[in-house]
Design a protein around this ligand. Sequence first.
Ligand SMILES: CCCCCCCCCC(=O)SCCNC(=O)CCNC(=O)[C@H](O)C(C)(C)COP(=O)(O)OP(=O)(O)OC[C@H]1O[C@@H](n2cnc3c(N)ncnc32)[C@H](O)[C@@H]1OP(=O)(O)O
Length: 194
Amino acid sequence: MSGSSAALQPPADAVKPVRHPDAPAPGELLGAHYEHCFGCGPGQPHGLHLEARAGEGVSLTAEFTVQPAHQGAPGLAHGGVLATALDETLGSLNWLLRTIAVTGRLETDFLRPVPVGTTLYLEAEVTAVAGRKIYCTATGRLGGPGGPLAVRADALFVEVKVDHFVDHGRQEEIQAVMNDPDQIRRTRAFEVNP
Ligand SMILES: CCCCCCCCCC(=O)SCCNC(=O)CCNC(=O)[C@H](O)C(C)(C)COP(=O)(O)OP(=O)(O)OC[C@H]1O[C@@H](n2cnc3c(N)ncnc32)[C@H](O)[C@@H]1OP(=O)(O)O
């Protein structure tokens, strides 16, 4: 069974998402938003190392290859890891809106088992925006962009200020980010844009 709950139905006053004029061009790799992110960071040995690429409009594609470290059942991806891949892919959409937002709700359907060694081809798009609320949807297919549908998700992201991370994150990681001019520039680029 699939279909999202009432909490993920955009309200009547929701509007279509608008791609930010400074969003990466279609086809461009988005890169990691944080080196130690479990979803996309190159500094996480057992992370997903998910790579997302801008699409048309407010959409993107991403790829993630399931490693032995990602198993739940023998030889199969853990469902929580697959949910992480969907969450990370959906979170990456915020590059295209140039908005900082965090996952408020994520509803996932697991339709087929995903074996270790499989590359999951993900697609995601923002479907509607209502104030701080960003509604989006994603799919993951086995072996190729046209492969069998294995997972899908609908989600609500909520826009936050940079202070969200400064106020809630552990001090040592926050300080390390503050000491990295590249990271500050990357984050501020989002903050100063509407
Ligand atoms: C630099 C870029 C970084 C990008 C990172 C991407 C990584 C991948 C994505 C993630 O995994 S983010 C990490 C996982 N998520 C979190 O840790 C978020 C934890 N939750 C919170 O911090 C707060 O609950 C949240 C910011 C989501 C909302 O709190 P707020 O006090 O700011 O807002 P509020 O509770 O007033 O909600 C705003 C609106 O969203 C709605 N809302 C919030 N959470 C909801 C929910 N769970 N379900 C449905 N609606 C929800 C809420 O009803 C309300 O709707 P209305 O405006 O119509 O009244």
